[in-house]
Design a protein around this ligand. Structure first.
Ligand code: GCB
Length: 505
């Protein structure tokens, strides 16, 4: 039996896509088990971007009714991938509008003949509004990228009988890997299994040459090897939940995760309204439902750099944080702030204060000598006001690999290294007091939209987009291994690799 799946979505940026047919859904990553089969739909799909003026020709002409090739030309598009980075057509590079994906699938006979079998179509993620038709039937809609959604499509693919008298119950089960650990926060510490934990890690992006945000195993394994090389023990999924395979790797390798929802760009007063609030809460429900079983996830972040100095933002974030805590009372909740300690209206509601600051980059650029004093003031002010543990959740500088200058100037590898060194001196002053983590911005260079601030994307990576180290990577490596060895978990082997330090294996 062939099944035709057609998906259209508004592409407001690169997309990640992965899907599977499973016998049972439930939103959890569909594990295989004796009662479950999966069919991966990864591979080549037919694709078309709707370049019409109103971007709605596909709906007007009902492209979903017939094979896509019959309504016009199509391209081959690998799934998962970002369509932006694949083609040579400049219009696709930053296209905003509906794009159409289509795939024909052959289903195993049992799925279509045995009426006790549930057939579930699951989309791992599609950016940012998706509509799904199966065999021409409107089946599913979902708003928001990065998170999975699914529908029971048994009715659409099974041949129904009139008499259904002999159907017995089916038992369906599957197993999940389990990790057990506790997480707690005191006035000045972040505790995992009752022991103080210091986050020494990175912020990442799901991004690489050609594949864009598309999920890719070789890239994932390479990144985890680099994290281990670096001695990193944590990362933040800035600024959206990453593919579930990433979290599975974190569980296996003992890398601790701050799991962030796609609450980014909440910069204007008009964003803090009831419609956004309810959507934001729904997204947090999806994030928690998807990721709650991962021991690697130790904290939820509900937003990155919202305009938290606004009264309306204070109320809004209070509600989202409370909702998240109600969904999962076992994990601390935060958001990442770039506000001033006197102005921030939402900091009272978080468990851990996460601060982004770009001293000597966006402010006082060139004045590396100010960093230590600025950091000390930042930490002391926030701590005095809130008595909560603090994470330096972003800091960094751009460096174009191969640019050198001494004395250091901006955009050179020397400048990036010197800036990091100054930050580290500042962090070390507070590290054993109440600062519980440092996450460099960024693990690797990544693509962005064009702007006078960006040189072929964001170059704050300590690795290039191709995952080669800049000078700063060696500096960070020295530091992270030193910290790792200081804070080693009892019973773990001497640290030739980070795995020995896993807090939950
Ligand atoms: C930030 C943002 C991050 C940017 C970074 C930068 O504060 O959280 O999304 O990429 O600064 O490099 O400007």
């Amino acid at each position: 039996m062939a099944l035709r799946t057609l998906v259209a979505w508004a592409a407001l940026g690169p997309l990640l896509w992965g899907c599977a047919l499973a016998l049972q859904g439930g939103m959890l990553y569909p594990q295989e088990s004796p009662s479950r089969e999966r069919k991966e739909l990864d591979g080549l799909w037919s694709f078309r971007a709707d370049f019409s003026d109103n971007r709605r020709r596909g709906f007007e002409e009902q492209w979903y009714r017939r094979p896509l090739r019959e309504s016009g030309p199509t391209l081959d598009m690998p799934v998962p991938s970002s369509f932006n980075d694949i083609g040579q057509d400049w219009r696709l590079w930053d296209f905003v509008g509906w794009v159409w994906y289509e795939r024909e699938v052959i289903l195993p006979e049992r799925w279509t003949q045995d009426l006790r079998t549930r057939v579930v179509l699951r989309i791992g993620s599609a950016h940012s509004y998706a509509i799904v038709w199966v065999n021409g039937v409107h089946t599913l809609e979902h708003e928001g990228g990065y998170l999975p959604f699914e529908a029971d499509i048994s009715n659409l693919v099974q041949v129904r009988l009139t008499a259904q008298t002999s159907l017995g119950p089916v038992s369906d089960f599957y197993t999940l890997p389990v990790g057990i650990r506790t997480v707690a926060v005191t006035e000045s510490q972040f505790l995992i299994n009752g022991k103080p934990f210091y986050f020494h890690g990175v912020n990442k992006h799901e991004d690489a040459d050609i594949r864009g945000k598309g999920f890719d195993w070789p890239l994932l394994v390479k990144d985890f090897n680099l994290l281990r090389w670096l001695g990193a023990n944590a990362f933040r999924t800035s600024h959206y939940p990453y593919a579930e395979e990433v979290l599975q790797m974190c569980d296996r390798h003992g890398i601790v995760v701050i799991d962030e929802c796609p609450g980014v760009g909440l910069a204007l007063p008009q964003f803090f309204n009831n419609v956004s609030l309810h959507h934001h809460m729904r997204v947090m429900e999806e994030v928690v439902r998807r990721d709650k079983n991962h021991p690697a996830v130790v904290m939820w972040s509900v937003a990155n750099e919202p305009a938290s100095h606004l009264e309306s933002a204070g109320h809004y974030l209070k509600m989202v944080i409370a909702h998240t805590k109600a969904l999962d009372p076992s994990r601390p909740v935060t958001f990442v702030s770039k506000s001033n300690y006197t102005a921030d209206k939402a900091a009272p509601y978080v468990d851990v204060i996460c601060l982004n600051s770009y001293y000597s980059w966006y402010y006082d650029f060139g004045h590396l000598e100010l960093i230590q004093r600025q950091l000390a003031t930042q930490f002391e002010n926030w701590y005095k006001k809130y008595q909560k543990p603090i994470i330096q959740s972003e800091y960094g500088a751009e460096a174009i690999a191969g640019f050198h200058q001494d004395p250091p100037l901006m955009f050179t590898e020397e400048y990036q290294k010197s800036l990091l060194e100054q930050y580290h001196l500042g962090l070390d002053q507070k590290r054993r007091k109440y600062v519980v983590g440092e996450l460099i911005w960024n693990f690797a260079d990544f693509m962005t939209e064009q702007s006078p601030l960006r040189v072929l994307g964001n170059k704050k990576g300590i690795f290039t987009r191709q995952r080669q180290p800049k000078g700063a990577a060696f500096l960070l490596r020295e530091r992270y291994w030193k910290i790792a060895n200081e804070t080693r978990y009892p019973h773990s082997v001497a640290k030739s690799q980070c795995l020995g330090n896993s807090p939950f294996t």
